[in-house]
Design a protein around this ligand. Structure first.
Ligand SMILES: Nc1ncnc2c1ncn2[C@@H]1O[C@H](COP(=O)(O)OP(=O)(O)OP(=O)(O)O)[C@@H](O)[C@H]1O
Ligand SMILES: [Mg+2]
Length: 302
């Protein structure tokens, strides 16, 4: 199934870290760095990527729901204007990790976090962080599209209105721009006052993306955005994500490995709350460094 597997290098075959870390080519292949030996006790399999100018940087992140640990010593960086995919079996912590980026886990009782996440160089846990402002900059699109029971227009204008934008002309502009950005304008321009609940599933998901775009985020988190959609609607969302990465940083959770390999630039495999491997997507799928990754992508576990 994966012909490149026979040439799978052992971790010892990796390039020296100093060569890998100093890739100066903007937009070129990133430096791939093995995790420091001993980090989290998982250095044998946990390869990772580090980028010079990361948008998000996760350091030694662990998370507990009450007494149950959901994430263990995660370290990874997210690259600007790229699509990063999180894959792994159900319950491995993909959504939990995604929700850490804009502190959505704060809304769940009994959550305890150790370690750090830096967004544009600043800790998202710093005492003076305005969580609402953080969530504006790092938007979220959920698995099940969740339009408000309002008009299409009011759904998209919701965030800007909360930010205090009242002028109708300005709101009109924002709504149009966001709907165009989400590749939905052509289908709804003549029925903006209709209920959003009358849209198809794929249109509702694009509406939710438009709602996220309307507040001008920098990062968009998407948690299985296509899992409830048919192949045609999925293809539209995938094409849209490829367009959006020209301007935004995207992090997507997906169970669909074909989807990860089609659209993402980098892929992280999680298992039981730990990061197994983080690589350029092509490399992870064709020539994984970890036996666990190989087993997962060839369907031997999960
Ligand atoms: N609100 C919560 N309270 C308690 N435990 C939770 C909560 N949310 C998630 N968990 C637990 O944390 C672990 C990771 O869950 P998470 O939802 O992040 O996994 P996932 O990889 O997104 O799974 P799936 O692919 O099924 O969506 C699981 O064991 C889950 O049961
Ligand atoms: Mg999930």
């Amino acid at each position: 199934m994966t012909p490149g597997l026979a040439q799978r290098p052992s971790p010892g075959d990796a390039q020296p870290a100093e060569q890998r870390d100093s890739d100066p080519t903007p937009g070129g292949p990133p430096g791939a760095a093995a995790r420091p030996a001993g980090a989290g006790g998982a250095a044998d399999s946990a390869l990772g990527l580090r980028f010079d100018d990361p948008v998000l940087e996760v350091r030694s992140l662990s998370l507990w729901y009450g007494r149950s640990q959901a994430l263990t010593d995660i370290a990874l960086t997210i690259r600007r204007r790229k699509i990063t995919a999180f894959i792994g079996p159900s319950g491995c912590g993909k959504s939990t990790l995604l929700r850490c980026f804009n502190r959505l886990n704060d809304l769940i009782d009994g959550v305890r976090v150790e370690g750090e996440i830096h967004f544009e160089g600043r800790s998202v846990h710093a005492h003076d962080v305005d969580v609402n402002a953080l969530r504006k900059r790092i938007g979220m699109v959920f698995q099940k599209s969740n339009p408000f029971p309002k008009s299409i227009y009011d759904n998209v204008a919701y965030g800007p209105r909360i930010q205090g934008i009242r002028q109708r002309r300005r709101l009109d502009e924002i709504v149009e721009q966001a709907l165009r950005g989400a590749a939905l304008w052509g289908e709804v321009a003549d029925r903006l006052e209709h209920s959003a609940l009358g849209l198809s599933g794929g249109q509702q998901q694009r509406l939710c993306i438009a709602r996220a775009l309307a507040v001008e985020p920098e990062v968009i988190l998407l948690d299985e955005p296509c899992s409830a959609l048919d192949p045609i609607a999925t293809a539209r969302i995938e094409a849209l994500m490829l367009e959006l990465k020209e301007r935004y940083t995207l992090v997507i959770v997906t169970h669909n490995m074909q989807q990860a390999s089609r659209i993402s630039d980098y892929t992280a495999l999680l298992y039981l709350g730990s990061l197994v491997e983080y690589q350029e997507t092509e490399r992870l799928f064709i020539n994984p460094a970890s036996k666990q990754t190989e087993d997962y992508i060839t369907g031997r576990f999960g």
